[in-house]
Write a protein that binds this ligand. Structure first.
Ligand code: ADP
Length: 399
């Protein structure tokens, strides 16, 4: 099963995207609809609301009088908090129930207007955000019978563009004709969501891409934050901290388009304990790269000092390294990052090596050979990085 979060400001085209995804075969869970279900006449939640806000919020027919309730909580923080405390846990339970009822191979789309505002992004394998310019949205909402001033006020009250960008794995631009949007959704479905779902279900990382150095993408740090939050959530208590490492963590530095994340764990036993949870979250163990084996002839992975996972999402390559703080690879990964961030000469040097190797290898064993070919450079660079640490008083981050 794949959990996809869908959101976007009012009038952006979110419902249009949701409807298309359902046509393509997705199971839709509509948060607005569940929010209405939990306060149906006769429901315990409605009884609690009446107890808190008085009989005024109930219609003569016994249903919730939404406008009356909206007026009571408008501008009243405490009232809003009380309303949420009564309804949110029930909506959450119902959502989990509906997810559990979906087939094991379902692509579940959770349509949540306030996904960004409520900080839910880490709950999903992937978040889709639909967007259109404000004047377009107002025009479309007017077409739906909403007053322009009212539409603008609602737009202002929602998440900012920046907050949405932070949450979005996929940004669907709905500025143009609706046919363009739908074609984009169709492509996303077949090229990304369907193989991603299969990868999660079959515990299979996405196929590797040939190692190719590309120009730095300003989205990399934000992507790393978003994915890191997902990894930490899946790791639970075992996750001590998450760090963006590797070349994509060095601002302005050309790199392979792969986000490297280092998850700190107390022991390899704890790393093994969360392997299934990480796989369920979209990061299955990856036997294609083992690395960090201090005893090259030791066949027992239990003795190795790293566990390695990678993403099942074919649209976003991610390598996830699980290491124990203080262990050899743990410190080196952070040191090399910070040294490269600080020293232009180190970057220039390393870049020359990477450019030399970029595009020389095919996808599969090529990734390992690319890494292998960089080894001599690393071996020579490490003493320089250590000298730099000595000189500057660098220490790894606090746990
Ligand atoms: P949301 O669910 O985000 O509020 P909707 O999907 O309901 O937005 O779209 C708002 C309105 O704009 C609807 O009437 C819809 O048919 C229309 N609409 C959506 N996308 C486009 C588009 N690309 N061009 C023109 N109208 C659109």
């Amino acid at each position: 099963m794949l959990r996809v979060g869908l959101s976007g400001g009012i009038g952006s085209g979110k419902s249009t995207v949701a409807a298309r995804l359902v046509e393509l075969g997705a199971v839709l869970i509509d948060a607005d609809r569940l929010a209405r279900e939990v306060v149906e006449p006769g429901s315990p939640a409605l009884a609690e609301l009446v107890e808190r806000f008085g009989p005024r919020i109930r219609t003569p027919e016994g249903a919730l009088d939404r406008p009356a309730l909206a007026q009571l909580v408008f501008g009243d923080e405490q009232a809003r908090a009380d309303l949420n405390a009564i309804t949110h846990p029930r909506i959450g339970e119902l959502t989990l129930e509906r997810m559990a009822q979906a087939p094991a191979d379902a692509i579940v789309v959770h349509d949540v207007p306030l996904l960004v505002e409520n900080g839910y992004a880490a709950n999903y394998h992937l978040v889709l955000i639909v967007d259109a310019p404000e004047h377009e949205r107002v025009r479309r909402l007017e077409g739906r019978g909403l007053d322009a001033a009212d539409a603008r006020a609602r737009i202002r009250a929602q998440a900012t563009d920046e907050q949405r960008r932070e949450a979005a794995d996929v940004w669907l631009d709905n500025t143009g004709p609706v046919e363009e949007l739908l074609a984009e959704v169709d492509r996303l479905w077949s090229e990304r969501l369907v193989p991603f779902e299969r990868g999660v279900r079959e515990l299979r990382p996405a196929p590797r891409r040939p190692p190719l150095v590309v120009e730095p993408d300003p989205e990399w740090p934000r992507t790393a934050r978003r994915l890191g939050a997902r990894v930490l959530r899946a790791a639970g208590e075992a996750g001590m901290r998450i760090d963006h490492i590797g070349s994509t963590s060095v601002p302005g530095f050309p790199a392979k388009d792969v986000i490297d994340l280092q998850l700190s764990v107390r022991s390899m036993a704890e790393a093994d304990g969360i392997a299934d949870a990480l796989a369920e979250a979209g990061f299955p163990p990856d036997s294609g790269c083992r690395g960090d084996n201090p005893h090259p002839v030791d066949p027992d992975p239990g003795h190795w000092v790293k566990r390695y996972h990678s993403s099942a999402d074919p649209g976003r390559p991610v390598n996830l390294h699980l290491r124990v703080p203080g262990g050899p690879g743990w410190r080196t990964a952070l040191l090399l990052r910070d040294w490269l961030r600080a020293e232009p000469e180190a970057r220039a040097d390393y870049l020359a090596v990477k450019r030399e190797l970029s595009g020389r290898f095919a996808a599969d064993e090529g990734v390992a050979r690319y890494a292998e070919a960089k080894e001599p450079w690393f071996a020579a660079a490490l003493p320089r990085a250590r000298a730099w640490a000595e000189r500057t008083g660098w220490t790894p981050p606090e746990l």
